[in-house]
Ligand binder design. Sequence first.
Ligand SMILES: [Zn+2]
Length: 84
Amino acid sequence: MSHTLFAALNLIEPGDIVLYHGSIPAHHGLYIAHPCTCFDCARADHLGTTDVRYRLTDPFDENTDPTTLRCVRRRSITRSAANA
Ligand SMILES: [Zn+2]
C-alpha cells in the first residue's frame, strides 16, 4: 500500500512518529508506534477484533527495554506531522 494511501486513511504505519494523548498524562508525548504483539493483543486478533492496538517506544530513551506503553488504542494517538 502506498504511503499516500496510508496517509489518506489516517492509518498508523509501523515506525511512524505519533503523539500519545491517552489516559496516562505522565506519558503524553512523542513515540515510535509499532503494532502491539503482546499475548492479549494476539489473542484478541485471533478472535477477530478490529480494535487495533499499538505498542509505543520512546525514541529518546536509551534504556535497554525501550517499550514504554503497550495496548494503546488508536484514539489515544495521533500521527505526527513529523512524518511528512
Ligand atoms: Zn497488547
